[in-house]
Design a protein around this ligand. Structure first.
Ligand code: IMP
Ligand code: MG
Length: 181
Protein backbone atom coordinates (compact mmCIF):
# COMPACT_ATOMS: atom_id res chain seq x y z
CA UNK A 1 0.00 0.00 0.00
CA UNK A 2 2.74 2.47 0.95
CA UNK A 3 5.35 1.36 -1.59
CA UNK A 4 4.85 4.59 -3.53
CA UNK A 5 5.63 6.92 -0.60
CA UNK A 6 8.66 9.17 -1.07
CA UNK A 7 8.32 11.24 2.11
CA UNK A 8 5.82 12.62 4.58
CA UNK A 9 5.13 16.25 3.67
CA UNK A 10 2.57 17.16 6.37
CA UNK A 11 1.67 14.96 9.37
CA UNK A 12 -1.85 14.39 10.60
CA UNK A 13 -0.97 16.22 13.83
CA UNK A 14 0.19 19.30 11.91
CA UNK A 15 -3.01 19.19 9.87
CA UNK A 16 -5.20 18.97 12.99
CA UNK A 17 -3.53 22.02 14.56
CA UNK A 18 -3.85 24.08 11.38
CA UNK A 19 -7.48 23.04 10.87
CA UNK A 20 -8.28 24.19 14.44
CA UNK A 21 -6.68 27.54 13.75
CA UNK A 22 -8.64 28.01 10.53
CA UNK A 23 -11.95 27.15 12.25
CA UNK A 24 -11.21 29.76 14.94
CA UNK A 25 -10.56 32.42 12.32
CA UNK A 26 -13.80 31.59 10.49
CA UNK A 27 -15.79 31.57 13.74
CA UNK A 28 -14.48 35.07 14.50
CA UNK A 29 -14.89 36.52 11.04
CA UNK A 30 -18.42 35.20 10.39
CA UNK A 31 -19.84 35.54 13.89
CA UNK A 32 -23.53 36.47 13.56
CA UNK A 33 -23.46 35.93 9.77
CA UNK A 34 -24.45 33.16 7.38
CA UNK A 35 -21.84 31.45 5.28
CA UNK A 36 -21.94 28.83 2.54
CA UNK A 37 -18.98 26.47 2.52
CA UNK A 38 -18.35 25.22 -1.01
CA UNK A 39 -16.07 22.21 -1.24
CA UNK A 40 -14.29 21.43 -4.50
CA UNK A 41 -14.66 17.70 -4.98
CA UNK A 42 -13.26 15.35 -4.63
CA UNK A 43 -9.99 16.51 -3.07
CA UNK A 44 -11.39 18.90 -0.44
CA UNK A 45 -13.93 16.55 1.14
CA UNK A 46 -11.83 15.48 4.13
CA UNK A 47 -10.50 18.99 4.78
CA UNK A 48 -13.93 20.63 4.65
CA UNK A 49 -15.52 17.92 6.81
CA UNK A 50 -12.91 18.51 9.51
CA UNK A 51 -13.25 22.30 9.44
CA UNK A 52 -17.04 22.59 9.41
CA UNK A 53 -17.40 20.31 12.43
CA UNK A 54 -15.56 22.97 14.42
CA UNK A 55 -17.68 25.89 13.25
CA UNK A 56 -20.25 27.43 15.58
CA UNK A 57 -21.63 29.85 12.98
CA UNK A 58 -24.59 29.43 10.64
CA UNK A 59 -23.06 27.34 7.81
CA UNK A 60 -24.50 25.52 4.81
CA UNK A 61 -22.57 23.05 2.68
CA UNK A 62 -22.41 22.80 -1.10
CA UNK A 63 -20.06 21.10 -3.54
CA UNK A 64 -18.66 21.74 -6.99
CA UNK A 65 -16.71 19.36 -9.15
CA UNK A 66 -14.16 21.06 -11.37
CA UNK A 67 -11.95 18.89 -13.50
CA UNK A 68 -8.79 19.54 -15.46
CA UNK A 69 -6.22 17.02 -14.19
CA UNK A 70 -4.90 13.69 -15.44
CA UNK A 71 -1.57 12.09 -14.50
CA UNK A 72 -0.82 15.08 -12.29
CA UNK A 73 -0.95 17.53 -15.19
CA UNK A 74 -3.54 20.19 -15.92
CA UNK A 75 -4.97 20.73 -19.39
CA UNK A 76 -5.34 24.38 -18.41
CA UNK A 77 -9.11 24.50 -18.89
CA UNK A 78 -11.07 23.71 -15.71
CA UNK A 79 -14.64 22.52 -16.41
CA UNK A 80 -17.53 22.51 -13.94
CA UNK A 81 -18.94 18.98 -14.03
CA UNK A 82 -21.15 19.17 -10.90
CA UNK A 83 -22.99 22.41 -10.24
CA UNK A 84 -24.51 24.03 -7.13
CA UNK A 85 -27.98 22.94 -6.09
CA UNK A 86 -29.12 26.36 -4.80
CA UNK A 87 -28.69 30.01 -5.74
CA UNK A 88 -25.96 32.00 -3.98
CA UNK A 89 -27.09 35.57 -4.69
CA UNK A 90 -25.83 37.93 -1.94
CA UNK A 91 -24.31 35.06 0.06
CA UNK A 92 -20.96 34.92 1.83
CA UNK A 93 -18.98 32.06 0.35
CA UNK A 94 -15.91 30.24 1.60
CA UNK A 95 -14.43 27.92 -1.02
CA UNK A 96 -12.57 24.89 0.34
CA UNK A 97 -9.80 23.61 -1.92
CA UNK A 98 -7.25 20.86 -1.35
CA UNK A 99 -4.33 22.40 -3.23
CA UNK A 100 -3.64 25.41 -5.42
CA UNK A 101 -1.14 24.62 -8.12
CA UNK A 102 -1.32 26.68 -11.34
CA UNK A 103 -4.23 28.67 -9.86
CA UNK A 104 -6.44 28.08 -12.91
CA UNK A 105 -9.09 26.04 -11.06
CA UNK A 106 -9.66 28.67 -8.40
CA UNK A 107 -9.53 31.59 -10.79
CA UNK A 108 -12.31 29.91 -12.83
CA UNK A 109 -14.38 29.01 -9.74
CA UNK A 110 -14.13 32.45 -8.18
CA UNK A 111 -15.20 34.10 -11.42
CA UNK A 112 -18.12 31.66 -11.70
CA UNK A 113 -19.36 32.32 -8.15
CA UNK A 114 -19.17 36.08 -8.64
CA UNK A 115 -21.13 35.67 -11.89
CA UNK A 116 -23.75 33.71 -9.91
CA UNK A 117 -24.18 36.76 -7.65
CA UNK A 118 -22.19 35.89 -4.50
CA UNK A 119 -21.62 38.84 -2.17
CA UNK A 120 -18.21 37.85 -0.92
CA UNK A 121 -16.00 34.92 -1.92
CA UNK A 122 -13.13 33.79 0.28
CA UNK A 123 -10.70 30.97 -0.44
CA UNK A 124 -9.41 28.46 2.11
CA UNK A 125 -6.82 26.04 0.82
CA UNK A 126 -5.11 23.23 2.65
CA UNK A 127 -1.98 23.35 0.48
CA UNK A 128 -0.33 25.67 -1.99
CA UNK A 129 2.46 24.98 -4.49
CA UNK A 130 3.55 28.53 -5.33
CA UNK A 131 6.36 27.45 -7.65
CA UNK A 132 3.77 26.28 -10.19
CA UNK A 133 1.52 29.36 -10.19
CA UNK A 134 0.42 30.59 -13.63
CA UNK A 135 -2.57 32.71 -12.62
CA UNK A 136 -2.53 35.03 -9.58
CA UNK A 137 -5.12 34.15 -6.92
CA UNK A 138 -5.92 35.94 -3.68
CA UNK A 139 -5.84 33.21 -1.06
CA UNK A 140 -7.49 34.21 2.22
CA UNK A 141 -6.50 31.15 4.27
CA UNK A 142 -3.62 28.87 3.28
CA UNK A 143 -2.51 26.20 5.74
CA UNK A 144 0.70 24.76 4.24
CA UNK A 145 3.12 25.74 1.49
CA UNK A 146 4.73 22.70 -0.10
CA UNK A 147 7.47 22.02 -2.66
CA UNK A 148 6.74 21.11 -6.27
CA UNK A 149 5.94 17.43 -5.74
CA UNK A 150 2.91 15.27 -6.46
CA UNK A 151 1.25 14.70 -3.09
CA UNK A 152 -1.61 12.47 -1.92
CA UNK A 153 -3.47 11.82 1.33
CA UNK A 154 -6.07 13.60 3.49
CA UNK A 155 -8.42 13.62 0.50
CA UNK A 156 -5.87 14.33 -2.24
CA UNK A 157 -5.24 11.75 -4.94
CA UNK A 158 -3.08 10.87 -7.89
CA UNK A 159 -5.37 9.14 -10.41
CA UNK A 160 -7.59 8.17 -7.42
CA UNK A 161 -4.74 6.66 -5.40
CA UNK A 162 -4.07 7.76 -1.82
CA UNK A 163 -7.10 9.74 -0.67
CA UNK A 164 -7.47 7.72 2.54
CA UNK A 165 -4.01 8.38 4.02
CA UNK A 166 -4.08 10.49 7.20
CA UNK A 167 -0.72 12.19 6.47
CA UNK A 168 0.04 14.06 3.27
CA UNK A 169 2.85 12.25 1.45
CA UNK A 170 4.78 12.79 -1.76
CA UNK A 171 4.94 10.06 -4.41
CA UNK A 172 8.15 8.46 -5.63
CA UNK A 173 8.98 8.03 -9.33
CA UNK A 174 7.79 4.40 -9.34
CA UNK A 175 4.38 5.49 -8.05
CA UNK A 176 4.07 8.31 -10.55
CA UNK A 177 4.90 5.89 -13.38
CA UNK A 178 2.93 2.83 -12.26
CA UNK A 179 -0.25 4.70 -11.34
CA UNK A 180 -0.37 6.50 -14.67
CA UNK A 181 -3.64 6.15 -16.59
P1 IMP B 1 -4.70 24.28 -10.41
O1 IMP B 1 -5.83 24.66 -11.30
O2 IMP B 1 -3.47 23.94 -11.21
O3 IMP B 1 -4.40 25.26 -9.31
O4 IMP B 1 -5.09 22.91 -9.82
C1 IMP B 1 -5.54 22.67 -8.60
C2 IMP B 1 -6.11 21.27 -8.60
O5 IMP B 1 -5.16 20.34 -9.10
C3 IMP B 1 -6.41 20.82 -7.21
O6 IMP B 1 -7.76 21.02 -6.93
C4 IMP B 1 -6.05 19.36 -7.22
O7 IMP B 1 -7.20 18.62 -7.51
C5 IMP B 1 -5.10 19.16 -8.35
N1 IMP B 1 -3.69 18.98 -7.92
C6 IMP B 1 -2.66 19.78 -8.17
N2 IMP B 1 -1.52 19.31 -7.65
C7 IMP B 1 -1.86 18.16 -7.02
C8 IMP B 1 -1.09 17.20 -6.24
O8 IMP B 1 0.12 17.28 -6.01
N3 IMP B 1 -1.82 16.15 -5.75
C9 IMP B 1 -3.14 16.00 -5.96
N4 IMP B 1 -3.88 16.88 -6.66
C10 IMP B 1 -3.24 17.95 -7.19
MG1 MG C 1 -9.08 19.70 -6.56
Amino acid sequence: MREYQKSVIVTKEEIATAVNGLAKQLNDKYKGKEVIAIGLLKGAFVFMADVIRQLDIDVQVEFLIVKSYKNGKTNGKPQIVLDLKKGITEKNIVIFEDIIDTGRTLAAVKEYLKYKGAKDVEIATLLTKPSKREVAVDIDYSLFTIPNEIVVGYGLDYNEYGRQFANIISLNDAGIEELKE
